[in-house]
Design a protein around this ligand. Structure first.
Ligand SMILES: [Zn+2]
Length: 322
């Protein structure tokens, strides 16, 4: 098996690993995105050298990278992701190639995570896997027979921006009522804040000590788990919208497995139950009858596994099979 350096760059955390079909050694670092690309890349290169040293690899065969979009997979550049100011046209592939003298292959974080889960995680063995990452925003990925479906312009599987309610809340993409505007962590916090103003007795008020700016999806989930009616309602509504979004994807792709990852899924059954019930109820019965809706299986590492697999497939010339 080729020896791969796997890299996963996120807005909050970044990771480097020695990958050989499994993670042999890895490091997780705070990205410190506010300090700019030079600082971030320098620390990531240093971490990469440390993990390769841990496994005593003096030479590697390839580099796989999961990075925030938009990106250019051919030029291997990161092109101004909304959550990473100053990352304009950064030739991340070339930088790592010249440092480690090996070819690099890059893809966006949601696609990489989908691939990681499809091959090594909750979707192992399934022919068609769709993946939702439910976090600050909502990303998606579709893996067919072990390969990422990229679309004609490399931007397929924007599951978070399917339109569920044309008169719904505004979305980061400039439109209204996208799944992301209804079920992401940001949407959950926003909805809870709206309802809080009319519910001064809510436990959520106590948890944030009367400071509405502190309301986050994590705290809403915490209050919901303690039985707070307002928070339960918000999480259940988000679960309903997520389920509706999943039903659409089931109808479009006929997946064997739908995988749900991202921080919001830490709310567990509170969100999973309404999502699953709605998805199975709203999807076409023949398609619903064969699908499994599962939570992600690789913890905080689907992007790293996916980055590793992107490199393995790149080295075999299989990246654009679909
Ligand atoms: Zn949108």
């Amino acid at each position: 098996m080729p020896r791969v350096l796997a890299i996963d760059i996120g807005g909050t955390r970044m990771r480097a690993a020695a990958f050989e079909g499994e993670l042999l050694a890895y490091e997780v670092l705070a990205t410190e995105v506010e300090k700019g690309p030079d600082h971030v890349i320098k620390r990531l290169l240093e971490a990469s050298h440390r993990v390769l040293k841990k496994v005593s690899w003096e030479k590697i065969d390839g580099i796989g990278m999961a990075v925030p979009g938009p990106l250019d997979r051919v030029k291997k550049t990161i092109n101004s992701p909304p959550n990473m100011p100053g990352w304009d046209n950064i030739p991340i592939g070339d930088i790592f190639e010249s440092e480690f003298n090996a070819p690099s292959f890059i893809d966006n974080d949601a696609n990489a995570a989908a691939l990681g889960e499809a091959i090594y995680g909750a979707g192992k063995g399934a022919s068609v896997v769709t993946y939702f990452t439910v976090s600050t925003g909502i990303g998606g990925g579709c893996v067919i027979k072990g390969h990422i479906f990229h679309g004609a312009g490399d931007n397929a599987a924007e599951f978070g921006h399917q339109k569920l309610d044309p008169f719904g809340p505004p979305c980061g993409c400039g439109r209204r009522g996208c799944l992301e505007a209804l079920a992401s962590g940001t949407a959950i916090a926003r909805r809870a804040k709206e309802l809080l103003l009319h519910n001064p007795q809510s436990l959520l008020w106590q948890i944030v000590q009367g400071n509405i700016d502190k309301v986050s999806a994590r705290l809403v989930a915490e209050a919901a788990s303690k039985g707070d009616a307002l928070s339960l309602r918000v999480i259940q509504e988000a679960g309903f919208w997520l389920g509706l979004g999943i039903a659409n994807i089931i109808n479009l792709f006929n997946p064997k497995v739908v995988i749900l990852g991202g921080g919001v899924m830490n709310a567990g059954e509170l969100i999973l139950k309404p999502a699953r019930e709605t998805a199975l109820q709203k999807a076409i019965p023949q398609l619903a009858s064969i699908v499994e809706i599962k939570v992600a299986g690789l913890g905080e590492f689907p992007g790293l596994y996916g980055a590793g697999e992107v490199a393995l497939q790149g080295l075999r010339g299989e990246l654009d099979t679909l």
